[in-house]
Write a protein that binds this ligand. Structure first.
Ligand SMILES: Cc1cc2nc3c(=O)[nH]c(=O)nc-3n(C[C@H](O)[C@H](O)[C@H](O)COP(=O)(O)OP(=O)(O)OC[C@H]3O[C@@H](n4cnc5c(N)ncnc54)[C@H](O)[C@@H]3O)c2cc1C
Length: 463
């Protein structure tokens, strides 16, 4: 006999659990089917463990640079066993909290691997045997993503010499000469972790012309300047033509026959959707390079079938999947929902220096033919940033002559937190003068956001 629910969510990552929690809060009877651990990539292999490692790297950097503040300290390196244990404690505490929330708020978590029989029926393989679940109102696909490999001889992922972020999170040593391929968030974050721990030489290879290639060109330049100053080796616009594994490491060849040697090669070339062999197409879904195609309400073709998170071709970010999860839950519960403006979702990179961005880049505005004004406030003019030895800038783009703010791009200390203000400014369609009338607290990093808007409003203060 089939178990009947109003909503079934397949996959308990950030997309799936946010949808399940919101739907349960709105009174729906919800099943959340997860084959591994609730929390998914973000909690176990992504956002949370990487930030714990980055936090340890920041402490290591403080120890190494303490003398510049007049503080006597010696740096004896990191003890990876203890770093990993610190990281795991943070993950486990969050995992426990999440399981408690799901229980408390009435979501039925079903442990097992699910496969669609049709758009409203899911067959789940559990330890106790097969269960068939039916969804009265909605079936939500939230099966997430996995790291992509590189189809090149020698670059086969072996978890030892050629690794992905899944392995890097559990490395019990600090690689001395890591080579990172791919300079987006995951690649730059691990490069920063290893640089922070004191690896001898960290190399980053990116095929596109700049680091963090999806970001504003001034962000790319500022990041490149800072990481090179910190001693990272950077190769952009660089095509890999070969990888050789040897007994003591790997050798990468770039176009032009340049050779780079390292002890480990980390592939950070993006993630692909998890959508194979789960009956998605037979149930009526269209797959595009494996991603489930959806409309602006995350609806897949057949009535009541939805998909959210990394399995759809939107922003591969946990908070984007939260927003999609909420949207679907509220729509299924009968609430009026507004399609997501993906430009209004902040993009965050926790590398050193950090990056936060929302809205359009300057190039995107040019491509759209929008007339714009811009202001850039450097952190070198911000007292708080000077104390933190921070560099970088806040760049604001707005429609010409005090029109709405269309982009905020921050590179520098605590940019991933500072961007929250940019998110409100962009999404509330504020004008530079709206922001400029509120003077920010002094001395804070947030002043840099305020000062960029003051500049645009024609009332500059410092700089
Ligand atoms: C190293 C790294 C760092 C990151 N850092 C950040 C960050 O700082 N900020 C940020 O916003 N994003 C970050 N991300 C991205 C973020 O982790 C993802 O965008 C997010 O986890 C996507 O959530 P999801 O629910 O779509 O998928 P997932 O979290 O991948 O969850 C999918 C779940 O579905 C389950 N599943 C799959 N198939 C089945 C099946 N057949 N039956 C049952 N269960 C199934 C899986 O076990 C998994 O738990 C990072 C990613 C990585 C890899």
């Amino acid at each position: 006999m089939a178990d009947s629910y109003q909503m079934i969510v397949l996959g308990g990552g950030t997309g799936g659990y946010s949808c399940a929690l919101r739907a349960a809060d709105l009174g729906l009877k919800v099943a959340l089917v997860e084959k591994d651990k609730v929390g998914g990539t973000c909690l176990h292999f992504g956002c949370i463990p990487t930030k714990a490692l980055l936090q340890a790297a920041e402490v290591a950097e403080h120890a190494q640079t303490a003398g510049e503040y007049g503080v006597n300290a010696t740096y004896d390196g990191v003890d990876m066993e203890r770093v990993l244990s610190f990281k795991q404690k943070v993950v486990d505490a969050n995992w426990k909290g999440l399981q408690g929330s799901l229980r408390k708020r009435g979501v039925d978590v079903i442990a097992g691997s699910g496969r669609l029989k049709d758009a409203r029926t899911l067959v789940v393989n559990t330890e106790e045997g097969e269960r068939t679940l039916t969804a009265e109102k909605a079936m939500v696909l939230a099966t997430g993503s996995k790291p992509r490999g590189l189809p090149m001889d020698g670059a086969e992922i072996d978890g030892e010499k050629v690794i992905t972020s899944d392995h890097a999170l559990f490395l019990d040593r600090v690689p001395q000469r890591p080579i990172v391929v791919g300079a987006s968030a995951v690649g730059m974050e691990f490069a920063s972790v290893w640089k922070g721990y004191g690896s001898e030489e960290v190399t980053v290879i990116e095929a596109l012309p700049g680091l963090v290639p999806m970001e504003d060109v001034d962000t790319q330049k500022a990041l490149a300047r800072d990481v090179k100053k910190a001693g990272m080796k950077v190769h952009v616009g660089a095509k890999m033509t070969g990888v050789e594994k040897g007994s003591d490491g790997v050798r990468v060849t770039l176009e032009g026959d340049k050779k780079i040697e390292g002890d480990i090669l980390m592939l950070a070339i993006g993630r692909g959707p998890v959508s194979e062999d789960m009956g998605f197409e037979d149930a009526g879904a269209n797959l595009d390079r494996g991603f489930v195609a959806v409309d602006e309400y995350c609806q897949v073709g057949p009535e009541g079938l939805y998909a959210i998170g990394d399995v759809i071709p939107t922003l591969g970010l946990a908070h984007a999947s939260f927003q999609e999860g909420f949207l679907v839950a509220e729509r299924v519960a009968g609430q009026r929902v507004i399609p997501i403006d993906y430009f209004g979702i902040p993009k965050v990179y926790y590398c050193h220096p950090e990056i936060g961005a929302v809205g359009y880049t300057e190039q995107q505005l040019k491509d759209k033919g929008v007339d714009y004004d811009k202001a850039m406030f450097p952190f070198s003019h911000n007292a708080r940033a000077m104390m933190m030895r921070g560099s970088g800038h806040v760049k604001v783009l707005a429609e010409k002559d005090n029109g709405r703010v269309l982009g905020v791009h921050i590179v520098g200390p605590r940019a991933t937190d500072l961007i929250a203000e940019g998110q409100l400014i962009y999404n509330w369609e504020a004008l530079p003068t709206d922001v400029a009338q509120f003077i920010h607290a002094h001395p804070t990093l947030t002043e840099a956001v305020g000062e960029a808007h003051l500049q645009l409003a024609g009332r500059p203060l410092h700089g």
